[in-house]
Design a protein around this ligand. Structure first.
Ligand SMILES: C[S@@+](CC[C@H](N)C(=O)[O-])C[C@H]1O[C@@H](n2cnc3c(N)ncnc32)[C@H](O)[C@@H]1O
Length: 351
């Protein structure tokens, strides 16, 4: 009985987030068409059949998420974890930021930063207004709005998609048979720490580490992770092309929503770096967007994404063979899964 009620509560919670995302997108698009028609980027309308398919995939994701929690892969409370305080506090800023975003989109200004933002020292591919975000990844405001914006984009399923990395990670760590506190897990491009927070919920005693290029996002991650009991993750500002750890240091590595934002050759370098710092026998789990090879029926949605949002490397990403890249780096037994709008690569380093 209690389980049925919790499941119902979770489904209702997800429905609520989904309607919120849809309502926000509909309203903001109408407003943009009216107030800033030049910002419209020429997306193709999705057919009712395709929208139905997307809804079906969303429902399947939620079912899988519930099932993993029910079977004890991670605690049920993780399903309801949401930065409510932040969402209520920063939601008005999402609207206030819109005219600036529309202005940049209309004028195709993709590398536009406020004068107080320091961009020197970052790789040139990174100094972009990804998703048309004001100041890219380099300001406190961007860090405060990011999770809300991603939730809206994915109709409230961003964390559910991130949680699909947890089962393969947990299984991958089991082969070491070590106490949790001796197990080390790295999140490459941890952003605001949402994935680390899910891992922390599943494995509270495991030593967690995160690297990211954005100091503002790491500061946000520190805030988000500090209020969870258990070991505090160590967050380090670093380029994923050159991870500042010794060879064979981690038992497991995850990376979520990074690879579509990297140029092709950098994707290879990051995979090779992840291989270098992973222990023999360890597991590497990548979560990123679906690709054309696994979800050809969603090609219109994949064409719309880089048109609506500034995503300069996405088009190439959708046809890039990451399994081949992983094998070139030395990984073996690469398996893939697809859930809702995300694809997962699960790769092992030979013991
Ligand atoms: C789309 S966000 C994903 C963040 C987070 N993993 C999540 O699930 O929301 C991409 C992240 O990658 C980081 N990033 C991009 N290129 C990077 C690089 N070369 N090295 C480290 N971090 C990078 C950005 O700062 C940003 O936090």
């Amino acid at each position: 009985m209690a389980e049925t009620l919790t499941k119902l509560a979770y489904q209702t919670f997800q429905q609520g987030k989904s309607y919120f995302g849809l309502a926000h997108k509909t309203l903001s698009t109408q407003l943009m068409n009216f107030l800033a028609p030049d910002a419209k980027q020429g997306t193709e309308p999705l057919s009712p059949a395709l929208l139905g398919l997307i809804q079906q995939r969303l429902n399947d994701l939620i079912d899988r998420d519930w099932l993993d929690a029910e079977q004890g892969v991670y605690p049920t409370h993780l399903l309801f974890d949401n930065p409510w305080e932040d969402f209520f506090r920063f939601y008005p800023f999402v609207w206030l930021d819109m005219p600036t975003i529309w202005g940049r989109a209309a004028e195709k200004r993709y590398q536009d930063f406020s004068t107080d933002i320091r961009t020197e020292g970052y790789p040139s591919y990174y100094v972009q207004n990804f998703h048309h975000q004001t100041d890219g990844y380099l300001s406190e405001t961007s860090a405060n709005l990011y999770d809300l914006q991603v939730e809206i984009l994915f109709n409230g399923t961003a964390d559910a998609m991130r949680r699909r990395t947890l089962l393969p990670l947990k299984r991958g760590l089991e082969v070491f048979n070590l106490p949790d506190h001796q197990t080390r897990v790295l999140d490459v491009a941890c952003g605001t720490g949402r994935t680390l927070r899910q891992i922390q919920g599943m494995l509270p005693d495991t030593s967690l580490y995160g690297v990211d290029l954005s100091p503002a996002y790491l500061r946000k991650a520190n805030q988000l992770l500090a209020d969870v009991p258990g070991a505090l993750p160590q967050l380090i500002q670093a380029n994923a092309e050159s991870i500042p750890f010794l060879n064979d240091y981690f038992h497991g590595i995850v990376s979520v929503f990074l690879f579509h934002e990297l140029p092709p050759e950098v994707r290879q370098t990051v995979i090779e770096e992840s291989f270098r710092v992973l222990q023999p026998g360890g597991v590497f789990v990548i979560c990123d967007s679906i690709q054309l090879s696994d979800s050809p029926e969603l090609a219109p949605a994949m064409r719309n994404f880089p048109t609506m949002f500034h995503e300069p490397y996405y088009r190439h990403y959708t046809t890039d063979d990451l399994a081949d890249r992983l094998e070139k780096a030395g990984f073996m037994s690469v398996q893939t899964e697809v859930h809702f709008m995300s694809k997962y690569w699960i790769a092992r380093k030979a013991a």
